[in-house]
Design a protein around this ligand. Structure first.
Ligand code: SF4
Length: 302
């Protein structure tokens, strides 16, 4: 016997941003508050709208939504993500961002969480045409096929513009109560946020893989077998030389961060940048660079 709506559970891929907040609310209207759970992927390069994890927790707590967190910044998941990034199967975006593969990665993980918690529906806050690479109709359908989730990803905000999902066909979800939002203007979403009385972060933040300057540095260290989350985070600070084997602080804040890292640290006795050096043979070069970027004559180092 088919389950009725009250017994149906959904798992929403939750980025923290407005769209996925609304997807949760739209589904809660139909399935009841307790039957909608969320999964948040903490990705190595950021992503979605909330780089602030607290913002994600605040919303799910306030809305009493059970939240599953997948930490992709360490362990097996980190390695898997980095391998995907090295050799994506689909086109990259304007920088190194492999958006289709990245979505596939998350859907595959979401699928196993959904199975574990008994959620029949997997849903997202994706809006048709909102992002050029991964949210046009062909890409949405391609992602479903690749993730072996054909007609099994519900996108409540754009559902009426997309092929009917199995959930709608089975009557687990009422298609007539889903939405037909498309495009990059967020006017309907903002109106809905008012209706639901929910706050939301400003869009942007997001994924370092979309930033060309950052990716130039990343490309040099990406082949390293032992790349870590710390290496990835350090790319956002300081000046980088020799494929980031020498990193020089640009300001006091950078210097403090570099001083806390493992490895060889070279600090000038006179005012100047601290260097983090990953290879002993580069110590002398690092000292010359410290002198170059200091306004003072450096007499000694510690
Ligand atoms: S921008 Fe693309 S690569 Fe970055 S998190 Fe989003 S989908 Fe993944």
């Amino acid at each position: 016997m088919n389950k009725n709506k009250q017994e149906t559970k959904a798992l929403v891929l939750f980025s923290g941003g407005l769209d996925s907040r609304l997807a949760i609310k739209v589904l809660q209207d139909q399935l009841g508050k307790e039957n909608v759970e969320a999964v948040f992927f903490q990705l190595p390069f950021g992503g979605g709208c909330c780089s602030d994890k607290l913002c994600v927790f605040r919303f799910t707590q306030k809305q009493r939504i059970k939240l599953h967190v997948k930490d992709v910044t360490k362990g097996k998941l980190f390695k898997e993500y980095i391998n995907m990034l090295r050799n994506p199967e689909h086109t990259r975006g304007t920088a190194l961002n492999p958006c289709i593969d990245c979505h596939l990665f998350m859907f595959k993980k979401a699928k196993s969480i959904a199975k574990k918690i008994g959620a029949e529906i997997i849903a997202t806050g994706e809006v048709l045409g909102e992002r050029p690479l991964s949210q046009h109709k062909k890409a949405l359908i391609e992602i479903e096929t690749q993730a072996k989730l054909k007609n099994k990803i519900l996108r409540p905000l754009s559902a009426k513009l997309l092929p009917e999902t199995d959930y709608e066909k089975k009557g687990l979800i009422d298609r007539s109560k889903l939405l037909d939002i498309k495009g990059r203007r967020r006017v309907p979403q903002i109106a809905l946020a008012k209706k639901y009385k929910i706050d939301f972060p400003t869009p942007g933040g997001g994924c370092l893989l979309c930033e060309k300057e950052y990716c130039k540095k990343l490309e040099q260290i990406l082949p390293n077998k032992d790349i870590t989350q710390t290496d990835i985070e350090l790319l956002s600070i300081g000046r980088h030389f020799e494929a980031s084997k020498i990193i020089l602080g640009k300001n006091h804040q950078d210097n403090l961060i570099l001083e806390k890292q493992k490895g060889i640290k070279i600090t000038p006795q006179q005012p100047g940048p601290t260097a983090l050096v990953k290879d002993k043979s580069l110590i002398e070069q690092a000292k010359k660079l410290i002198q170059k970027y200091s306004k003072h004559k450096i007499k000694s180092f510690s």
